[in-house]
Design a protein around this ligand. Structure first.
Ligand code: PLP
Length: 428
């Protein structure tokens, strides 16, 4: 990556190759600062020590992770040392980076894919030696049996587990009121499992909060997430009368539900966590550092808060059908969607680094492998066509998936000048 950096450092956005992915560092910093401060305010207002765990899956970079943890952010009122990863590679590469740079900023990693099967347990065991706290995800009795059969990890400690609670998204996890869930807890309470496994906490992620359209809806879902992990804890206490829930971590969040912490009125939330919560609350989320059109569609953020975009070029124009061609096809934009029409909103490069509502004149209406078809948001006759060769920004529908298409990201300052290149820990 140092070659790319030396080639492009100091260049302005207009001089960058397309398609490429650009990160606006000032917006990224603001987004990270805002989330840390929102969690800190909830802690202050409730008088509870609420932890924050940053999911690094959106950008998968070391420098982005540092910012999510609060380093180098002068206005952040707290830092954190806890992360979530979506692949083992993210964890290993972040720890390698930390070692190489002689840093000590991560001491707590949760791997958010329930994967306690024989193929992965030895890898998780090796990872346990490299970090003070490692939590693995469990949502199946067989996971517990597999951990018991393997024995303690190489760290010598017990396996520390998060049990994943399904919030209705039906992706992973179990509903707290299901018989499978109860059977899992009973198994966990058995002496042979207790030898090698200890419960770190319950984990809920309301993936369906992405279809919310107002911040009040997302607050209601945050409350549901908290109630679900609290109910899970009550179930654990009823299964194992000796169980001490006071140190249990109850981890909740998604970017939409965590964004609801921005609301001034948090009285129901604060009442719930101060009067009913049994364990220790933790907020987790990931996409918030970048944002995208899916997050704008939730009503929690504005388009100009999005911290990254695809840079594309206009290649041709077809006035008779009212369309233009760009080089931003499915390979750079993906086919992700939201209630905002199209595969991305086009924004002029003069506007995209500002903190002011964008005018939306063009959007990507269709994509094939390398072709992106642009259509005007009003009629062709009411819109000035873009000149061929113009470079423009496209706000992606889903940053996490879109960023996965790029080998590296150009990081620009508020003047649109490249200051850095971040290389993600892509794939597996
Ligand atoms: C298990 C889990 N937890 C947390 C997150 C973070 O969610 P978000 O990116 O909405 O913050 C994700 C995202 O997909 C996830 O899969």
């Amino acid at each position: 990556m140092s070659d790319i950096l030396s080639q492009y450092k100091g260049c302005s956005i207009e001089d960058l190759p397309t398609p490429s992915f650009i990160i606006d560092e000032e917006k990224f910093d603001r987004n990270c600062t805002a989330m840390l401060n929102n969690v800190e305010s909830l802690s202050q207002q409730s008088g509870l020590p609420i932890k924050f765990r940053a999911h690094v899956k959106t950008h998968k970079t070391a420098k982005g992770t540092l910012k999510q943890l609060g380093h180098g952010l002068p206005l952040a009122k707290r830092t954190t040392r806890a992360i979530l990863v979506s692949t083992l590679k993210e964890a290993v590469e972040l720890l390698d980076y930390q070692d190489r740079q002689c840093l000590d900023y991560i001491d707590d990693i949760s791997y958010s894919l329930p994967c306690c099967v024989p193929e992965f347990i030895p890898l998780l065991s090796n990872l346990s030696r490299r970090v003070d706290n490692l939590q693995v995800f469990v949502d199946n009795i067989e996971h517990l049996e597999n951990l018991r059969n393997f024995g303690r990890p190489v760290s010598g400690k017990k396996w520390s587990i998060f049990i994943k609670v399904d919030m209705g998204t039906h992706r992973a996890g179990l509903a707290y009121d299901s018989s499978e869930f109860l059977n899992l807890l009973k198994k966990l309470a058995s002496p042979e499992i207790k030898e090698v496994v200890e419960l770190y906490g319950f984990y809920a992620h309301a993936g369906h909060s992405y279809s919310s359209t107002t911040i009040n809806d997302t607050q209601a879902l945050l409350i549901e997430e908290i109630k679900a992990v609290n109910k899970a804890t009550q179930a654990m206490c009823s299964v194992d009368s000796e169980f001490d829930a006071s140190n249990l971590t109850l981890s909740v969040g998604a970017t939409p539900t965590s964004n609801s912490l921005k609301l001034d009125n948090k009285s129901s939330l604060i009442k719930l966590i101060t009067e009913e919560l049994i364990g220790k609350l933790e907020i987790h989320c990931g996409n918030y550092c970048m944002y995208d059109l899916q997050q704008v569609a939730t009503g929690c953020v504005q388009d100009y808060e999005i911290a990254g975009f695809v840079l594309g070029t206009v290649l041709s124009s077809y006035p008779s059908r009212g369309e233009m061609l760009s080089n931003t096809g499915v390979m750079s934009l993906t086919r992700e969607a939201s209630s905002i029409k199209g595969f991305g909103i086009c924004v002029d490069l003069q506007q995209v680094l500002k903190f002011k509502e964008y005018s939306r004149e063009w959007y990507v209406a269709r994509v094939s492998q390398e072709h992106g078809i642009l259509k005007p948001t009003r009629s062709w006759n009411e819109t000035t066509p873009l000149s061929l060769g113009t470079k423009f920004a496209i706000l992606p529908q889903h940053a996490c998936i879109t960023m996965g298409q790029f080998e590296y990201y150009f990081v620009v300052n508020s003047e649109g000048v490249v200051t850095d290149v971040w290389a993600p820990f892509q794939k597996w």
